[in-house]
Design a protein around this ligand. Structure first.
Ligand SMILES: Cc1cc2nc3c(=O)[nH]c(=O)nc-3n(C[C@H](O)[C@H](O)[C@H](O)COP(=O)(O)O)c2cc1C
Length: 213
């Protein structure tokens, strides 16, 4: 293995200035996701979601942002998963996007709430049939004896729904919206003098401040 202490990146690809950042940070996230798409990033909408577990410790995993509203970011999951139970007890999360080949990171903190059933159903039924079946098969986060349990359940559902492409949405599946109160953009710069622009929501308005790297 390479010596980790000798790995070193020069950050010179871009800059993020008060004069070129969008005044609405949600719009700025969209701009950066679009940049990532244009640079052919795999999973440009992947973000690390951190929740607080029952011991008060953070717990992180990757999810995909699927919709961006003016007031928040929507991802979809199983409402009986560990993350959903943690959100039910403590509805505040942090998110982290990183597109490291563009030397960029976005950190987000905010509250989180379920979206409406109709919206979840609409999105669920727009997914490929195999994903719809997968959502029915998986009791996400539960311990299972082996992989075969999944394969057998999938076979059963493939048979049950062989004549239809659109399945009903499982009642335990749907979206959450994260409503940010803090959004911070990081662009790597020369000599480790990176740009950090932090937006905080005060009385419904975004305040922008520069933070030392
Ligand atoms: C690239 C990638 C995308 C993922 N997208 C989602 C997603 O959108 N929703 C989801 O529930 N899990 C997604 N997962 C799986 C989660 O990381 C996690 O394993 C799962 O949600 C269970 O988490 P939990 O047990 O903490 O609830 C994704 C994983 C990866 C690596």
């Amino acid at each position: 293995m390479a010596k980790l202490q000798d790995l070193r990146e020069n950050y010179e690809l871009g800059e993020l200035l008060e004069s070129n950042v969008h005044s609405d940070p949600i719009e700025q996230i969209k701009i950066w996701i679009n940049d990532a798409i244009q640079h052919k990033e795999k999973e440009p909408n992947a973000m690390v979601l951190s929740t607080i577990n029952k011991n008060g410790s953070p717990s992180s995993r990757v999810v995909l942002v699927k919709e961006m509203d003016p007031d928040g970011l929507v991802f979809y999951t199983n409402y009986e998963s560990d993350k959903a139970s943690q959100i039910a007890k403590h509805p505040f999360v942090s998110l982290n996007f990183n597109w490291l080949f563009l030397q960029r990171q976005v950190r987000i903190e905010g509250s989180v709430e379920k979206i409406g059933e109709d919206r979840s159903t609409k999105y669920f039924q727009s997914r490929p049939k195999s994903s719809q079946i997968g959502a029915w098969v998986s009791a996400q986060s539960k311990i299972i004896p082996d992989r075969e349990v999944l394969e057998l359940a999938k076979e059963e559902l493939d048979l049950k729904y062989k004549d239809q492409d659109i399945l009903p949405k499982p009642p335990h599946w749907g979206g959450f919206k994260i409503k940010p109160t803090l959004i911070e953009f990081w662009q790597g710069r020369r000599s480790r003098l990176h740009d950090r622009l932090r937006f905080t929501l005060k009385d419904g308005k975004w305040i922008i401040q520069r933070v030392s790297p």
